[in-house]
Structure formats: C-alpha cells, structure tokens
Ligand binder design. Structure first.
Ligand SMILES: Nc1ncnc2c1ncn2[C@@H]1O[C@H](COP(=O)(O)OS(=O)(=O)O)[C@@H](OP(=O)(O)O)[C@H]1O
Ligand SMILES: Nc1ncnc2c1ncn2[C@@H]1O[C@H](COP(=O)(O)OP(=O)(O)O)[C@@H](O)[C@H]1O
Length: 203
C-alpha cells in the first residue's frame, strides 16, 4: 500500500513492447532461489555472460551485493527478508519494463514472498529457478565459512540451520549443482528461454 497521497502515474512515450522490439528479445526475471552456497550466484553470473555474448540485455542482482547498498538497512529477520525480496521484486519489474533479463540471486526462503513477486511481475515474466542443492553439499562447500559459524552459534537465524527454507512447489526450472555441471545448468536455462520464445538462438 502506497503511503504517499496525491500521486499520479506518469506515462512515457516508449513502452516495454517498443524496447523489446528494438532489442530483439523479450524481458523477464530469472529468480534463483536456494540455500547459501547452493550455486545461485555462480549460475546467474554464467548465464548473464552467455546472454551478453549473444547481445541479450541482462543484469545480475545478487543478495550480498544489494545488501551493501539499496538494502543496507535490512537484516535477516523474516520481516527484513520479506522487505528485501519485495524491493528486489519491484526493481526486477522496472528492469523488465526496461527490456532486460534480470537474474536475481537471493536465498528468498519464504514461499509467500516469492509468490508475491510472481504476482507483481505477471504472466511469463517470473521464471523461478530452484537451485536444489542438498544442505549437506552447501555446508561442505561452506564458501564463506558461514555454516561453520552458524553451527557454532555465532550466527543466529541462518537459513537451513536455525531458520527455515521453504522449497518452491512448482518452479519453472530445478537445478541440483551436486549432480550437474555449471555448463549443463547454464545450458538448461538458455534452452528454456529459447524454447519458450524469450530469446532466439538463431545467429
Ligand atoms: N542469517 C543468515 N541467513 C542466510 N544468509 C546469511 C545470513 N547472514 C548472512 N548471510 C549471507 O547473506 C546472504 C543472503 O542474503 P539474501 O539477501 O540472499 O537473503 S534473503 O533472501 O533475504 O533470505 C548469504 O549469501 P549467499 O551465500 O550468496 O546466499 C550469506 O552470505
Ligand atoms: N556444478 C556447480 N554449479 C555451480 N556452482 C558450483 C558447482 N560445483 C561447485 N560449485 C561451487 O559452489 C559454490 C556456490 O557458491 P555461490 O554461487 O556463491 O552460491 P550461492 O549464491 O547460492 O550462495 C561456488 O564456490 C561454486 O564454485
């Protein structure tokens, strides 16, 4: 609900369809969700590079990075995570309007928060990618030594340890990085975009 009163939506001369026509591809958000260390960022960064190389406009929004700036006032309570995801949903909607593919890499552990983003983006513009790497594997990787700290009780409310992760029920794509290579995951996503007419792979 908007807090401000007396505001009016300003229309522009160029719309999303105009931009898509100019760029030669559709726009949408690839919403990666999964545990810390599951592979969200690694895959998002690889797919962004492959799209860029094909002259497809795209941009990665990464949980850690966004928490340095736009969302630096948010922590990891359920309420703060909800606000984190809400803001990223709104930013992704703007980017979709701008004609880009946004690749978001946020744990986004609550189903209701993700479903709200699906709702605000609308039909076909929210592609949920469940990075379903088992907790044991993520914990073994422990890239940032955060699981170690969480197990020692030095971090409270760590997803998968003492805070919940609610798996998607009907994600558009599921990836298990303990069972498939980075190349296979990137190909799976690019093939999905091509087969659903978001992009064309023809040179
Ligand atoms: N308590 C707790 N729980 C989970 N994660 C934590 C926590 N504290 C810090 N971190 C680090 O923050 C990254 C997750 O931030 P997100 O913005 O993606 O989280 S969320 O979507 O709001 O749940 C996450 O990064 P990724 O490993 O990239 O997922 C962690 O590095
Ligand atoms: N098949 C794979 N796909 C993606 N990442 C992998 C794979 N195998 C190992 N990894 C490693 O797992 C880690 C995943 O970390 P990261 O991408 O930061 O996860 P997240 O963003 O979900 O926290 C990286 O160190 C990456 O090199």
């Amino acid at each position: 609900m908007a807090k401000s009163e007396n505001i009016t939506w300003q229309t522009t001369k160029i719309n999303k369809q105009d931009r898509r026509k100019r760029f030669g591809h559709k726009s949408a958000v690839l919403w990666f969700t999964g545990l810390s260390g599951s592979g969200k960022s690694t895959i998002a960064v690889e797919v962004e590079k492959q799209l860029f190389d094909r002259h497809i406009n795209s941009y990665v929004l990464d949980g850690d990075n966004i928490r340095f700036g736009l969302n630096s006032n948010l922590g990891f309570s359920a309420e703060d995570r909800a606000e984190n995801i809400r803001r990223i949903g709104e930013v992704s909607k703007l980017f979709a309007d701008a004609g880009l593919f946004t690749l978001t890499a946020f744990i986004s552990p609550y189903r209701a928060d993700r479903d709200k983003v699906r709702e605000i983006l609308g039909d076909g513009e929210f592609i949920e990618v469940f990075v379903d790497t088992p907790l044991e594997v993520c914990e073994k990787r422990d890239v940032k030594h955060l699981y170690e700290k969480a197990r020692r009780g030095e971090i409270k409310g760590f997803t998968g340890i003492d805070a919940p992760y609610e798996a998607p029920e009907e994600p558009e794509l599921t990836i298990d990085t303990s069972a498939q290579s980075l190349e296979a995951s990137a190909k799976q996503i690019i093939d999905y975009l091509a087969s659903h007419d978001y992009i064309s792979l023809a040179e």
